[in-house]
Ligand binder design. Structure first.
Ligand code: IPE
Ligand code: IPE
Ligand code: MG
Length: 247
């Protein structure tokens, strides 16, 4: 029996965001180098993306590499950037087969040229797909994004394109890299860490949070279904009373 059977079709979250954590610890547990964990993590990305597309999720945002991750040992950063090139080459046909459109919300200018070119090439190739939107947060952090938005809004005020009084929630959302993407309904973090690590701070204001001890390489499609079922049994009140929400 699959947890999938418990999913209420009418209440599928539109947008799921995932902090994919625990690759290094997974590798260490089997006495392997950290990169084995990252490679195994790619298999999880493949499986979760296919499952999300299949059940009709509109947006899946995956935190793949943070601004802070640039501070890891150079060998790990280089190996991760090379793994990305490899993965994109291997996975593009799967994205096409599943009608998945690739998007990014990161600072792609910071990526090495080979990684950036492959990545932007895949975004272009999948641009016409109409199924799941797979949003990769690569060289991303929320504070970076908010700083960029603040600079652009300030410049527009200076140029008289927008008045100070016109700066509202919508205006800020439109200046973030997630512009046009609905806020996540559900945020999942694997590996037992109970923190957000600079991910989508503005956008998760009202997201439902789900933490699991499973390390990312061992996170399965059944675990995804379980998180969705858990989400579907929560009452999202958005500041209102339970009675208001029910009526
Ligand atoms: C998540 O796994 C992947 C990236 C941040 C690139 P980690 O590499 O953070 O694995 P742990 O947390 O050290 O186990
Ligand atoms: C968060 O994981 C970033 C990604 C999953 C890409 P980290 O492993 O970098 O986060 P911290 O350092 O434990 O907060
Ligand atoms: Mg980690």
């Amino acid at each position: 029996m699959s947890k999938k059977d418990d999913i209420i079709k009418e209440r599928i979250p539109r947008h799921i965001a995932i902090i994919m954590d625990g690759n290094g610890r997974w590798a260490k547990k089997q006495g392997l180098a950290r990169m084995f964990g990252h490679r195994q993590g790619v298999t999880t990305v493949h499986n979760i993306t296919e499952a999300a597309a299949e059940i009709g999720i509109e947006y899946l945002t995956l935190y793949a590499f943070s601004t802070e991750n640039w501070n890891r040992p150079k060998e790990e950063v280089d190996a991760l950037m090379a793994l990305l090139v490899d993965t994109i080459a291997k996975e593009t046909p799967t994205l096409m087969k599943n009608n998945v459109k690739l998007l990014t919300i990161g600072d792609v200018d910071r990526l090495p040229k080979a990684t950036r070119d492959k990545f932007l090439g895949c975004i272009e190739q999948t641009a016409g797909n109409t199924g799941l939107n797979l949003v990769l947060a690569l060289s991303y952090s929320s504070r970076w994004e908010i700083i960029e938005a603040a600079k652009r809004i300030a410049a527009e005020v200076k140029d008289g394109k927008i008045a100070i009084d016109e700066i509202n929630e919508a205006a800020i959302s439109e200046h973030l890299t997630t512009q046009g993407i609905p806020d996540p309904d559900l945020l999942i973090r694997t590996s037992g860490e109970l923190r957000i690590s600079n991910f989508l701070l503005w956008q998760i204001a009202y997201s439902e949070l789900y933490f699991t001890d499973k390390l990312w390489p061992e996170f399965t499609v059944e675990d995804l279904y379980e998180a969705i079922v858990d989400y579907q049994h929560r009452e999202r009140r958005f500041g209102k009373t339970s009675e208001q929400v029910k009526s």
